[in-house]
Structure formats: C-alpha cells, structure tokens
Design a protein around this ligand. Structure first.
Ligand code: ADP
Ligand code: MG
Length: 246
C-alpha cells in the first residue's frame, strides 16, 4: 500500500524518494509500504513509537539496508538496486549518519575520528586535520580534540559524531535518535548545533526521534505507525476523516 497523501511528497525537487518500502525481519514486518520524500535542505522529523520501523526506514533511505520491496531513489539513482560498493561510496561522500550512541572509534581521538571520513575520501593528512579542527570548533568541542570518546561527556561525543557526519558536507544526514542518550540540556545543545550547521551548508536532515521537543526543531514532521508513514498523528487523521464524511 502506498500512502495516498500529498503532504508526504514533493515530486521533482525531492533529494531522496522512497515509495512502497517493505522490510521484514523473519515475522516482524518493520516496514509495510512506507513512502516519503526527503527534500533538499529540509529538516524532516520522523516520529513514532518504539518498534514502529523508524530505524529500518532510516537504514533503507541511507542505503544501509535493502528493502524487500519498493523503491529508494537518490536523484535518478535507485539505491535499492545499487551495488554495495556504490552504496559505501555514497555513505562516504553524499550521506552522513549519526546514531544514538555516537559510534565513534574508541581508540581514536576526537580529531582523528572527524578527520577519518576526509582521509577515506582521499584528502591528505594535513588538510584533513585542519578541516577536522574547524568542524570541532563549529560544534563547540575544539577543546576536546585530543580526547578519546571514553574521556568525553555524552553531549561532547555526540557533537564530535555530528562533526564527523557533516565534515564532508554531505547532501543528507541521517540521525537516528541523536539525542536519545542525553539529558535535555545536552540534547538541546546538540540539536541547536545540528540544525544551525545543516542550514548553513544546505544539508537535508532525516531526524528520527520519539521526543516531541526534539521534533520541534524540524521544518516538517511525519509519523510512522506500524511500518507506514503518515502526515499527521493518528488522532488528527481520524478527526480529518470524520470531517470529510460530514
Ligand atoms: P524503531 O526504530 O521505530 O524502534 P525498528 O525499525 O528498529 O523500529 O524496528 C521495527 C521492527 O523490526 C521491530 O519489531 C524490531 O524488533 C524489528 N527489527 C528491526 N531490526 C531488526 C533486526 N536487525 N533483526 C530482527 N528484527 C528487527
Ligand atoms: Mg530505532
């Protein structure tokens, strides 16, 4: 089933288009026909209960997981059929990802963690470190450059993780509950830094959250329920349907 709701779609201007995504893990149907557009430069919040398929949707859009059915298009490129090497290349150059627990490399300093995507993309060590320092500065963690993840607070390591996700100036950042492990003050600081920077460089953000306060940072919000994307929460949709019947 493809959700027939125009508010989810934008047509040609979409950066990433997902249509009719299905994904099952054994008997658990994580996605049951999820459709969505991520527009260039927008901050889009995807909200939903635990187990509603949010992470699976993010993984499909970012080319980390292949859907069983449906289409994920990045421009004219169909990611659901792209070879694995192309998907890793996209994840290095065009996409950035941030998870709930930053998943920084524990043996590397903050500086080396942020420089890594640049080094992998072929930037030389000197310029990579220079740029990594600038990005730590942007996220307010320049002072932590020499520390390893275990030596920083949760908020600081999320800022380093964001710097690492954005340092290549990707077209899209996929953030899966990026503030889920933080207290509300640290969460707000991380969100402010993310939104400010994404707007500055024109990066689209797919922001997964189950926290309404975090979703409020987005330009647009959609709701995932039982593996399908909706343009409003269930009670609002029910009210709209009732009004149409009058
Ligand atoms: P959310 O992020 O909204 O909590 P998920 O996308 O993680 O939802 O999960 C949706 C459903 O798919 C859940 O029932 C979950 O248990 C199942 N699921 C997700 N990933 C896996 C996996 N790798 N293996 C088995 N089941 C999974
Ligand atoms: Mg999740």
């Amino acid at each position: 089933m493809i959700t027939p709701d125009e508010r989810l779609f934008t047509g040609e201007a979409a950066l990433i288009t997902a249509r009719g995504l299905k994904k099952a893990y054994g008997r658990a149907e994580a996605l049951r026909g999820a459709s969505l557009d991520l527009r260039a430069g927008e901050i889009l919040a995807v909200t939903g209960a635990s187990g509603s398929g949010k992470s699976t949707l993010l993984h499909c859009l970012a080319g980390i997981v292949r859907p069983d059915e449906g289409v994920v298009a990045y421009g004219s490129e169909h990611l659901d059929h792209s070879p694995e090497e192309r998907l890793s290349e996209l994840r290095r150059s065009d996409f950035g990802v941030v998870f709930q627990f930053g998943q920084l490399i524990p043996e590397l300093t903050a500086l080396d963690n942020v420089a890594l995507p640049l080094l992998l993309a072929g930037t030389r060590r000197g310029p990579a470190h220079q740029k990594a320092r600038e990005w730590l500065e942007r996220f307010g963690v320049r002072g932590q450059a020499g520390l390893r993840p275990g030596e920083m607070s949760g908020g600081q390591s999320q800022c380093v993780a964001l710097a690492r996700a954005l340092v290549t100036e990707p077209k899209a950042v996929f953030a899966d509950e990026p503030t889920g492990a933080l207290d509300s003050l640290a969460g707000e600081q991380v969100m402010t830094a993310l939104v400010h920077t994404a707007r500055e460089i024109g990066t689209a953000v797919l922001l997964i959250t189950h926290d309404a306060q975090i979703a409020a940072y987005a330009d647009r919000e959609v709701w995932l329920r039982d593996g399908v994307v909706h343009s409003a929460p269930a009670d609002v949709l029910a009210r709209e349907a009732a009004r149409r019947e009058v």
